[in-house]
Write a protein that binds this ligand. Sequence first.
Ligand SMILES: [Zn+2]
Length: 152
Amino acid sequence: MQPTPQSDPGFERWPPEVKPEPPQWPTPDWPHTIARGIAGRCPCCNAAPIFDGYLKVYEKCRHCGAPLGDMPADDAPPYIAMLAVLHVVALFIFLFYKGVFVPGFIMAGILLVLLVLLCMVALRMAKGAVIGILLKLGMRRERVREPKDESR
Ligand SMILES: [Zn+2]
């Protein structure tokens, strides 16, 4: 007869039961976290900006110390920004091919500049929101550490 897991001292449950660590920084509820990120404010405290410039993120929040720079936003913000902006572009393309809206040369140039500005604003807002989401989920970037020198 096989031993039950409870009676076997060598039994190891897989995956091991690990209690998730509570985050060391205060996180509000989801709507507040995302709204603060979209507004470019720290998702935790709303008292300091996320961005140091256009898209450069502060390593830590200047007010509460939340690790904003450790959030691996990577390719998600451009994807979200394109998804949002291209819906607006699709409307203009639809109207153009239906013959409802045929812009002249100057109007097309103005719309192109507006499109670029819209992309830039949407990218910044999406990056703030993604950083807020990652901060709420506690998904920090893995840091590559130097191996410890144990010969000393
Ligand atoms: Zn903060």
